[in-house]
Design a protein around this ligand. Structure first.
Ligand code: DGJ
Length: 731
């Protein structure tokens, strides 16, 4: 059984194939967290709680004669607030009488097969997995606030999902001011935290820091999960490597304001609290109402970071993204953005599509600028009507041509935004988020629509439906090009303005939900100025997300590697673009741009009509190579191979078939050196006793030799050179 409750010891145990999670209700009803790690086969781990009377750590009234037991030091499952636990709280609540304390005690629990969905929010799908769910209800007897803690256990996938439902079981209203999804207390260990930080055009760089007695906050208040701090955090042994050490992952399945706090306390214990960012958040909870938090996907690996990444890659591919995309070949696409920006017409788009189709490209994506008065990025957002001046004959003329070429057609939208200079804003200025009487902050000269207002969501659905019904459109690129501020909704009363940021996300998710249901064959690619909403919440609707607006192959090495810690390559939109690169000015070989872009959902983003014949034939070959290697790249197990002394010089990564039958090594030289050292790459995941042939050669080597001896690669000639080595099992 994945979930058990031992009535005599009051112990809850959640078991996956390679991990165990344990909680215990103590004699006064506190729910203590006693263990998360490698399986301990049901041992009552509460023996590890050693009573210590620490100064200035007070005692609950029932513990007053037992001063070794303080809620300031006990490992708790989900803390209340204001009762003497001075570490980070998982809740903040204001009762009707103004009181701000909450003392959660165990009330009841239930264990059920399956996994319920979360109203209004994306959550991990149970699919046909063996999943069971534990719900523990905690209550604050004085105020009547209840916290229902949901745990769903994916036994074979080593995943536990969590979320919290706050219920007002009293007769009075109350206000939630913090509502965490999860809390995790770990009493012992020397830990590093890893998070994925960055900026527009450099998302998800790996940040690894040793914990000390303080509080680390990884958060966004930009109304989006953000380029700056991804809602995915790892806690690992200070000595953990790709292949060793305990690692815990916490991935919030949410695309809005988020916050993960990590505190190392006076005793060296660590507490992690994760959920919606409580800054500017409040939620009116009337009698009988409930509030559901977003879900957190938790994973544990006892054998290092690679294995932790593999757990996330699997759950995202199989249970977060719609299952129908699991085996579906994604089209190789060409996008006109870096080819034309706003300067295009139908003939230009058809020319690009024609040349691309001759080279094997499968889909033409028309980016920003096809609608309204949109010849630059100062106007037009909100007016989702084809600009017939630019595109005479409408979209239909283009899609007819494109489909005749045997290609699919995709179209760009930025539904949640509006320009001041647009018909929509002139008609409905009250639909933009903005404080009454104050000029709004403009970014890219645009404002943010009030997605918390269902009229806005209905309007957008109708507009998009009209466009989608007007031509043969298989794909949408859904963009979001600014951070959100001036978060004030004209549709909500003053006392509810603290709800707007979360209601905004609920509105966006509902629009995505309606569209994916109304157009089941439509694929939506997420995008937010590149990877500003690269999160599991968006992945629920968008099986691929444009990874970054930085298309430079060398910068992409860092971005895609950082992204790989939590997210599979099947979610990473990645394109070959022109040189000199538009973001960095760097010139890299076309072959290297191909190698890097192939480790994602592959495509091109350049004026293909202007390339030389030689470049065109290279592209033709690249597409053939990608199509041949596609199953291995998309479904293979991904390994980062760049750790160690030469990581500044080379970046290498591998895809290996789950049965070890083939492996693809990718290596890129980041920095040319005179008289350079040779890079010896140790392959992973092969069958040690099998023989492998290097494709295109007669060289045959054992899996053991390739893994333990390695394969020496000399890439020292020329800037940014690269190689792809494909090993195929022969015996
Ligand atoms: C930002 C996206 O990331 C780009 O690819 C492009 O679609 C532009 N927006 C269009 O405005």
């Amino acid at each position: 059984m994945a979930i058990t409750y031992d009535e005599s010891k009051k112990i809850f145990t959640l078991t996956t194939n390679n991990s165990e999670y344990q909680m215990k209700v103590d004699d006064i009803g506190l729910l203590l967290h006693t263990y998360y790690g490698k399986p301990v086969y049901g041992t009552d781990m509460s023996y590890q709680i050693v009573p210590v009377d620490r100064g200035f750590s007070g005692n609950l009234y029932e513990y007053r004669m037992d001063r070794g037991r303080s809620i300031d030091t006990l490992p708790q499952e989900f803390s209340g607030c204001g009762m003497g636990d001075y570490r980070i709280s998982s809740v903040a609540v204001k009762a009707k009488n103004g009181s701000r304390t909450c003392d959660f005690r165990y009330k009841s629990h239930s264990i059920k097969e399956g996994k319920p969905s979360i109203p209004g929010l994306p959550s991990v799908r149970p699919c046909d997995d063996e999943v069971s769910t534990l719900v523990i209800t905690l209550e604050d007897r004085l105020t009547g606030l209840e916290a229902e803690l949901f745990y769903s256990v994916f036994m074979d996938k080593d995943i536990i999902t969590r979320h919290t439902r706050f219920v007002n079981a009293s007769d009075n209203g109350m206000i939630l001011e913090k509502a965490a999804s999860m809390m995790l207390d770990l009493q012992y260990g020397e830990w590093d935290e890893i998070h994925f930080a960055g900026r527009h055009c450099m998302e998800r760089s790996v940040q690894r820091n040793r914990l000390s007695q303080d509080i680390r906050v990884i958060s966004s208040k930009r109304g989006m999960s953000s380029h700056h701090q991804n809602p995915f955090v790892i806690l690992c042994d200070h000595t953990a490597t790709e292949e060793s050490g305990s690692c815990f992952g916490m991935m919030l399945m949410y695309s809005g304001n988020h916050k993960t706090e990590i505190e190392q306390d006076q005793a060296g214990a660590v507490r992690i609290v994760s959920g919606i960012n409580d800054e500017n958040f409040s939620w009116n909870l009337k009698s009988g109402e409930s509030f559901d938090t977003p879900e957190v996907i938790m994973a544990y690996s006892a054998i290092g970071l690679s294995a932790l990444s593999h757990l996330y890659h699997r759950i995202i591919r199989e249970n977060v993204c719609d299952r129908k995309y699991l085996d579906m070949k994604r089209p190789v696409l060409i996008n006109n953005w870096e080819a034309t920006y706003f300067d295009f017409n139908s003939d230009k788009i058809i020319d690009i599509a024609k040349t691309a189709s001759e080279l094997g490209v499968e889909m033409m994506v028309l980016d920003d600028g096809w609608f309204g008065k949109r010849d630059d990025d100062n106007s037009g957002l909100g007016d989702w009507l084809v600009n017939e001046r630019k595109l005479p004959g409408g979209l239909r003329r283009i899609t007819d041509e494109v489909t005749k070429m045997g290609m699919k057609f995709g179209l760009w939208f930025e539904p949640e935004m509006v320009n001041e200079d647009s018909g929509l804003f002139r008609t409905h200025p009250e639909w933009a988020l903005r404080d009454p009487g104050r000029n709004p902050n403009l970014s890219r000269n645009q404002m943010v629509l009030d997605m918390s207002n269902s009229e806005v969501v209905d309007y957008l659905f109708d507009c998009m439906k009209k466009v989608l019904d007007s031509a043969d459109i298989s794909y949408i690129k859904w963009d979001f090009n600014r951070s959100v501020c001036n978060v004030y909704s004209n549709a909500l009363e003053p006392s509810r303005q603290g709800e707007v940021a979360h209601r905004f996300m609920l509105g966006t998710y509902s629009l995505l939900d309606r569209l994916t249901k109304a157009y089941p064959d439509l694929m939506i690619e997420g995008c937010a100025g590149g990877g500003g909403r690269f999160d599991a919440g968006m992945m629920y609707f968008c099986p691929q997300i444009w990874c970054s607006d930085d298309t430079d192959a060398i910068e992409r090495l860092e971005i895609q590697e950082g992204t790989s810690f939590g997210y599979p390559v099947s979610t990473m939109g990645s394109h070959v673009s022109a040189v000199p690169n538009h973001q960095t000015g760097r010139t890299t070989p076309l072959s290297t741009r191909g190698v890097v872009a192939m480790s994602g959902t592959f495509g091109y983003e350049l004026d293909i009509t202007k390339l030389t014949d030689e470049e065109k034939s290279t592209i033709k070959e690249q597409i053939k190579t990608f199509n041949r290697l596609y199953p291995l790249i998309q479904k293979g197990t991904y390994y980062r191979l760049s750790q160690g002394d030469q990581s500044e010089i080379y970046k290498a990564w591998e895809f290996v078939a789950p049965d070890g039958s083939e492996a693809l090594i990718n290596i890129v030289l980041k920095k040319s050196q005179a008289n350079a050292r040779i890079k010896n790459v140790h392959l992973k995941g092969l069958c040690a006793d099998a023989m492998y042939r290097l494709e295109g050669t007669e060289q045959v080597l054992s899996g053991a030799a390739l893994m333990y001896g390695g394969y020496a690669i000399n890439l020292s000639s020329g800037d940014y050179s690269s190689a792809q080595l494909h090993f195929i099992k022969t015996t």
